[in-house]
Design a protein around this ligand. Structure first.
Ligand code: GCV
Length: 660
């Protein structure tokens, strides 16, 4: 029985206010408190307290005051701002950035919420949207943003674009957000006709110094450059026989007079290394200690590429004298785009809390890095993210970048309470029990559900095409873009041997991890096939065979989404019709996609295992022979097409004609 109301009336909302839906406006909160700057407090820190019959916010700076007001706003929305409130905080990391992979033609690489929110091709900048975005970012502590794709267009540095970026930066500055840009290594060649991009070439160095001067003349507080070099076809210093450190330091030198920084990505591809997971350590360990003070090496959370589950990148445990920065992916490139519910709070918590043992026990990943970046999931969609539940990942990113020790569960709880409005006439207590708790449970289980139906037990990179659907059978010219290279399925078994008998990747981890990962008996089962190639009848801890366990995980993933759908269906009385319908539709898509994943992966691996499905696993829905000849139809922006029943539209390869 409901407490306080028999017939709640959901409050109308459409998701466009994101997590600020339940809050008083910032200005109003600010006007309700007494503020003071106290230089004794950390620069971005604040202290909220009650004294002399008034509420006070003291802060180390204007930025700290802003964060204090947002913290109070959040506490109010969560019902935690009663008399006697005493909250003192400062961010763990000084740099908390979003990375936008937005292109100058307004497409967004791996973007699933419409075209670029910056509207590069329009004459005017979209000021209202930028303000809304900036407020959302500031409210969760994000203080920097890289506006354009790491696969950068050199034109971002021409006079016209610098002027445009300056206009955006002027707005973001009001919210305490610094602007950064991704640069293309060959910009001096493309923009000014230089003959070389050699970082030790005097003319090249001068070009970057002049460019820095030009940028800072327009944007005095410009943050710096993000660089993807010698990676996935991008040029870099190695093309001139130089190192990553040579390249990064040359840019660092150009930015240093203005206080700018270089974020140099460790997402590198050395074609000589047989295991892709080994490459970053192989390239960066010899450079440890060789980067300038204003260079930070930006490292993806895992060694491959934002898979649903990866171990942490071994680089975090290896570099001692290099400043490191985390790169998370908020946009769901490998977790069902903006169609699937996959709350990343748990993914990131798992990574940040992992012990690297770099400086002995307790050297968590969170402690090895000094800054955090997240690849944004925003676009022109009115709700920014294409799905109300995708907004939770942007929120969780900001909160964890502020305080990596917050729990994923607390963050999920906060997000739900601030995003979904309590129905009229329903008590907060009843809302918590009837709506917040079940939604929090769904969120907390959601990423593991995706792992189960996409790639359980350490399997990875089973994707095809746009990275939405399964294609474990795909073989490309380049092995390290090919699912078969990663799963290594054969009649003898499945999994990538990264042990000492295989690629040796385990030894890129510090002890006791190296030995733990090296032995299948001690390797965590969720990473088993990441590190081991094992026979189909390998005995798992459950006593079942590996084959049976694989099948069970895939089926369990589908069942979880069925359960989410059933739970959500019962929540209709408490949620605005627009948000209810959007989520119900997306969960239906997710269930059908999960079934497709299960059918494709289990069916394909069964060709090698030559074993029947275990009894408690439901029969596959589609025969593998019909799936291996079909691929997913996508629209102009790479979004998957689903039919009227919300099933993925799979086109037969043999009948496919590219649209004219
Ligand atoms: C921006 C993966 C993605 C690419 C991305 C790349 C990167 O390979 O599929 O779209 O490019 O990572 O992080 O540079």
């Amino acid at each position: 029985m409901l407490v306080g109301c028999q017939h709640p009336v959901p409050t109308a909302q459409d998701g466009t206010e994101l997590w600020l839906a339940a809050s008083r406006p910032y200005e109003e909160v600010l006007a309700s408190v007494q503020t003071a700057v106290d230089p004794a407090l950390p620069a971005e820190g604040y202290h909220i307290y009650d004294a002399d019959g008034a509420r006070h916010i003291d802060a180390g700076s204007a930025a700290g005051l802003r964060y204090g007001v947002y913290a109070l706003q959040r506490a109010e929305a969560l019902g935690q701002a009663g008399p006697g409130l005493d909250l003192q905080e400062a961010p763990r990391y000084a740099l908390r950035l979003l990375n936008h992979w937005d292109n100058l033609d307004d497409t967004v690489e791996r973007g699933y919420a419409g075209e670029s929110m910056w509207e590069w091709t329009s004459e005017e900048i979209p000021e209202a949207r930028i303000r809304h975005y900036a407020e959302l970012c500031a409210s969760i502590g994000i203080n920097g943003t890289v506006l354009n794709n790491v696969n950068a267009n050199p034109l971002i540095l021409d006079a016209e674009h610098i002027a445009r970026v300056a206009k955006i930066a002027a707005i973001l500055r009001e919210y305490g957000i610094k602007t950064y840009l991704s640069i293309k290594w060959t910009s001096p060649i493309a923009l000014s006709g230089l003959k070389s991009g050699d970082p030790l070439d005097r003319k090249v160095r001068k070009w970057w110094q002049d460019k820095a001067a030009e940028i800072y003349a327009a944007i005095p507080d410009f943050g710096g450059f993000l660089v993807k070099a010698n990676s996935e076809g991008q040029a870099g210093p190695q093309d001139y026989g130089r190192t990553h450190a040579d390249g990064a330091n040359m840019l660092g030198e150009a930015l240093a007079p203005y206080g700018g920084i270089v974020m140099w990505r460790a997402f590198v591809y050395s074609p000589t290394s047989p295991d892709r997971a080994n490459q970053a350590v192989e390239e960066f360990l010899p450079l440890d200690g060789k980067f300038s003070d204003n260079v930070i090496v930006q490292i993806k959370n895992g060694p491959i590429d934002f898979q649903p589950r990866e171990p942490f990148s071994p680089l975090f445990g290896k570099l001692h004298d290099t400043q490191m920065m985390m790169e998370f992916q908020i946009t769901q490139e490998y977790l069902g785009f903006s169609n699937h519910m996959a709350y990343h709070g748990t993914t990131w918590e798992e990574c940040l809390d992992a012990d690297t043992y770099r400086d002995g026990e307790g050297s968590t990943v969170a402690r090895t890095v000094m800054a955090v970046a997240g690849v944004a999931n925003t676009g022109q969609d009115p709700n920014f993210c294409g799905y109300v539940f995708a907004q939770a990942n942007w929120y969780a990113f900001g909160r964890l970048a502020w305080d990596p020790e917050l729990s994923a569960e607390q963050i999920a709880d906060e997000w739900i309470r601030q995003t979904f409005l309590c129905p009229e006439g329903m008590s907060g207590k009843a809302f918590s029990k009837k709506f917040v708790a079940p939604v929090r449970d769904i969120l907390m289980a959601s990423r593991e559900a995706v792992v189960d139906y996409e790639m359980p037990l350490g399997l990875h990179h089973l994707f095809g095409g746009t990275h939405y659907g399964p294609m474990p059978w795909e073989r490309l010219a380049r092995p390290d873009w090919t699912p078969a290279y990663y799963h290594q399925a054969g009649v003898d078994g499945i999994g990538f041997d990264r042990t000492r008998k295989g690629s040796g990747n385990v030894d890129q981890y510090n002890e006791p991890l190296a030995s733990r990962f090296n032995d299948p008996a001690t390797c965590p089962e969720e990473l088993l096939l990441w590190f081991h190639h094992l026979p189909w009848d390998y005995r798992m801890k459950s006593g079942r065979s590996l084959w049976d366990e694989i099948c069970l995980h895939y089926d369990a993933g589908v069942r979880r989404i069925e359960d989410f759908r059933a739970t959500w269906a019962g929540l209709e009385p408490y949620v605005a019709p627009a948000l209810f319908a959007e989520t119900a539709a997306k969960l239906e898509i997710q269930q059908h996609d999960a079934e497709w994943w299960r059918d494709a992966c289990v069916g394909y691996f069964q060709r090698f295992s030559e074993r029947p499905l275990p009894q408690d696993v439901r029969p596959l829905g589609q025969p593998i022979d019909s799936l291996v000849t079909r691929f997913l139809q996508s629209d102009r922006l790479g979004m998957p097409v689903h039919d009227a029943d919300r099933r993925p539209v799979l086109i037969d390869i043999r009948s496919f004609r590219r649209p004219q």
